[in-house]
Design a protein around this ligand. Structure first.
Ligand code: HEC
Ligand code: HEC
Length: 86
């Protein structure tokens, strides 16, 4: 493989890495507080999909409202990452 090809591949990987990391950096994490810590346990035990079932019990138009222009809300934990707890 030529040196130039390797440079191109490394460049592409760097761009992908930035794009991949961006949403995680910019979207608020799920706070690790009294309200949310039990969903951390569920996520770690039964998976994120099981934990997400509960989010909309509070996060809805009559509870804790979403900010205007919030993206489609399926799979909360895909965008809102959990804090590192250990
Ligand atoms: C029992 C009610 C309740 C449930 C269930 C709940 N939340 Fe929350 N959430 C709150 C309240 C109240 C706030 C605002 C105050 C706070 O930060 O605790 C909040 C705030 C947030 C925030 C914003 C944090 C910030 O920095 O502004 C995110 C993100 C969030 N919740 C995600 C989730 C996700 C994802 C789930 C499901 C795993 C979930 N919540 C389940 C009550 C709840
Ligand atoms: C496609 C990605 C995506 C999904 C899925 C998603 N969100 Fe969000 N959410 C965002 C973005 C982007 C913002 C605004 C920027 C930020 O939070 O930093 C936001 C904002 C919020 C806020 C307000 C944070 C604050 O204090 O400003 C809450 C609360 C929240 N989302 C909860 C949820 C819950 C609960 C779910 C699942 C029912 C969910 N989100 C699903 C991307 C997403």
């Amino acid at each position: 493989m030529k040196k130039r090809d390797i440079a191109l591949i490394l460049g592409a990987i760097a761009i992908l890495a930035v794009l991949w990391a961006a949403p995680e950096e910019s979207t608020k994490k799920v706070p690790y507080d009294d309200t949310h810590s039990k969903y951390y346990e569920i996520a770690h035990k039964d998976g994120k999909k099981a934990a997400e079932k509960f989010c909309e019990e509070c996060h809805n138009a009559n509870g804790v409202p979403f900010p205007e222009g919030h993206p489609p809300k399926f799979r909360c934990l895909f965008c809102h990452k959990l804090e590192q707890t250990h």
